[in-house]
Design a protein around this ligand. Structure first.
Ligand SMILES: [Mg+2]
Length: 270
């Protein structure tokens, strides 16, 4: 069942009274706008300040399809937990996990990436990203007339791995993700993190995501947390609430970070 989404501002006042929120924030499309080249998705200064302030008061997790090390580098905020590769790798706040079943896929992912790079060499705009446990093929900058060719090559490279059941493909915003076919997703990662940090379930999880892979987390948290789709209003989603974009996420975080005098100068500039 899909919710009739409401704007998150409808419950902002009651949310602000909550001192026991447990924050889960996706990175691309939530903390930074979607950009044409993934490495250019840089967290802006204000957003980082708000995240730092938020992490002083609450438990905060940044979760992403990006690999863990890259995510840590991009966000660069201490005192938060990072979940990379859709939660296959989790690190921070005293926790460290690489899903054991995922470790052995690295050489296979590397092989697929090399094959894709070789066969797509010379096709402008394609980015093949080896993320260790997973891989991505970004086609945002591929010319429309080249799209069918890229898709065909991608499908032929991954075909046998998908057919054998060892890998699966998920689609994001102008990206195909090659992921080990493990019974694990952002939703299960969120569940694992909650059990680890809040075994008695005292905190109220709030999850902000913008893409298809976040739907697993929205489903996991249905009925037990606040789920927020970031993007256009009322698209099909399992989230209960929405925000219109990164700017509104910033306003939300600002609301919760406010009151921390260390960050006062940032607030006055907004
Ligand atoms: Mg995203």
């Amino acid at each position: 069942m899909l919710f009739d989404m409401r704007h998150l501002w409808n419950i902002l006042d009651s949310l602000k009274k909550n001192s026991d929120l447990f924050w889960f924030l996706d990175y691309d499309g939530v903390l930074t706008p979607i950009v044409s080249e993934p490495e250019k998705a840089i967290l802006d200064l204000e957003m980082r300040k708000f995240l730092e302030a938020l992490a002083e008061k609450f438990k905060v997790v940044v979760i992403s399809g990006r690999r863990l090390q890259e995510l840590k580098k991009l966000v660069s905020v201490g005192k938060i937990c990072y979940a990379g590769n859709h939660g296959l790798e989790i690190s921070g706040l005293g926790v460290s996990l690489v899903l054991p079943r995922a470790k052995r896929v690295r050489p296979v992912v590397l092989k697929m990436c090399r094959e894709l790079q070789k066969r797509l060499q010379g096709t402008a705009g394609v980015i093949v990203e080896n993320k260790g446990l997973t891989a991505s093929l970004h086609y945002r900058n591929v010319a429309p007339k080249e799209f069918a060719k890229v898709k065909k090559i991608f499908e032929s490279v991954v075909h046998s791995y998908v057919k054998s059941g060892s890998f699966r493909i998920t689609k994001g915003k102008k990206v195909w993700e090659i992921r080990p076919n493990l019974d694990w997703n952002k939703g299960m990662a969120v569940d694992w993190i909650i059990k680890n940090f809040d075994p008695e379930g005292k905190l109220l999880p709030i999850y902000l995501g913008d893409d298809k892979t976040d739907e697993d987390a929205f489903r996991t948290l249905r009925g037990r947390g606040i789920t927020v789709m970031v993007g256009k209003c009322c698209q099909r989603s399992n989230a209960e609430f929405y925000l219109r974009g990164v700017q509104e996420v910033k306003i939300l975080l600002r609301n919760f970070a406010r009151g921390n005098s260390k960050f006062a100068s940032v607030f006055t500039r907004l």
